[in-house]
Design a binder for this molecule. Structure first.
Ligand code: FES
Ligand SMILES: [Fe+2]
Length: 358
């Protein structure tokens, strides 16, 4: 395994080697250097809506495999805690619900809802006990638009990473967004997670792969904007297509924007449409299988603008190309490619970040 190098000059650069998407070694390295160090969507705020409630989950099953629990204490503060007992390691909370404390059903150790140690039978004569080590570890957590994001060991504060996104679209009425289960779906994709991101990061393929989407946006005016850990693709609406009504004082006031596609390193996509938000979470299962979760959040008053099947249709078109690329990069004749300098800047950006962190 050699190091990855992506030339900063896109006109000189080569794309990631096929081996990156093919080999388990690169995937394992990404687990530790990327997935452990960046941010993950975990759940919406309502899973712990009430004071004194708990919601256990596993962070990136099969990859990070970290047992965690969301908790809300009596005062209303929310936490993300390790869900592993500090005595001998039993998983603590097994079901969501309301509880006054977290108690271990192995030998009876109890914790407060902020994770601090509370009590333990038979430990009176134990020296230097309890210590800070007997508390449950607290993870970095950030609430955004009613959703919780966590990171086991963040390299960057989520707020800083997302600042460029909020500057652009801070005018949107996020507090009115409601999760819509009927239009949310998970897609299983037979490809490496990064191939799915590569495809998302360029509009170059739109005229070839998405005939319906190509009818709605002005391909010639498609835009890319790069920020340190985020990039943005802007789709400009054709005449008569739905578009945002952007207030004065924001960068795109007066323009007919069809959609903002924000990508957040490494695997989160916030797609804003006039009807609401489609959050895509690209969850690796292993080096050649991925689950892409599409979660829709809608505004009650504009939801009718959402064309019922347009997102699913585009998704299935993308999935087919990405799965074909996964087969293609297995070829002994494929090494790597080159970038189209005006069209593949965001793919180049992603590859540069991967090379930087691996
Ligand atoms: S493992 Fe929890 S009390 Fe022993
Ligand atoms: Fe696409």
């Amino acid at each position: 395994m050699t190091n990855l190098f992506i030339d900063p000059d896109i006109r000189k650069a080569h794309t990631l080697p096929g081996a990156f998407y093919r080999d388990k070694e690169w995937f394992d390295r990404s687990t530790d250097h990327i997935f452990r160090r960046f941010w993950h969507y975990v759940a919406d705020r309502d899973v712990i809506a009430e004071p004194q409630s708990l919601h256990p989950f596993t962070l990136l099953p099969g990859v990070l495999d970290e047992p965690l629990v969301l908790s809300r204490d009596k005062a209303g503060h929310a936490y993300c805690l390790s869900n592993v007992c500090t005595h001998r390691g039993k998983v603590l909370v097994e079901a969501s619900g309301q509880k006054k404390m977290i108690s271990c059903n192995y030998h009876g150790r109890c914790f407060n809802l902020d994770g601090t140690f509370r009590s333990m039978p038979e430990f009176k004569t134990v020296e230097n006990f309890p210590s800070a080590k007997d508390n449950l570890a607290q993870l970095a957590m950030q609430e955004l638009m009613g959703m919780y994001f966590v990171s086991p060991d963040p390299l960057q504060p989520f707020e800083d990473m997302l600042a460029p996104m909020m500057e652009r679209i801070g005018w949107m009425p996020f507090d009115k967004l409601r999760f819509d289960a009927a239009s949310s779906r998970d897609f299983f994709v037979e490809s490496n997670w990064a191939l799915y991101c590569d495809n998302y990061l360029e509009g170059f393929h739109i005229p070839f792969v998405h005939p319906a989407l190509n009818q709605a946006i002005e391909f010639e005016r498609y835009e890319y904007h790069l920020f340190p850990y985020v990039n943005l693709q802007v789709g400009v609406a054709k005449e008569g297509e739905p578009a945002f009504d952007i207030p004065e004082g924001y960068p795109d006031h007066g323009r007919a924007i069809y959609a903002y596609y924000f990508w957040v390193f490494p695997n989160l996509m916030f797609n804003f449409y006039p009807w609401g938000l489609s959050l895509n979470i690209v969850e690796p299962i292993n080096h050649k299988q991925t689950m892409v979760r599409f979660r829709s959040y809608v505004y009650e008053d504009t939801v009718h603008q959402r064309e019922k099947n347009s997102i699913d249709e585009t998704e299935l078109e993308d999935e087919a190309v990405v799965e074909s690329v996964q087969l293609g990069i297995q070829s002994r004749f494929y090494e790597h490619g080159r970038y189209a300098p005006d069209m593949e800047v965001a793919v180049h950006h992603f590859h540069r970040l991967l090379a930087l962190h691996l």
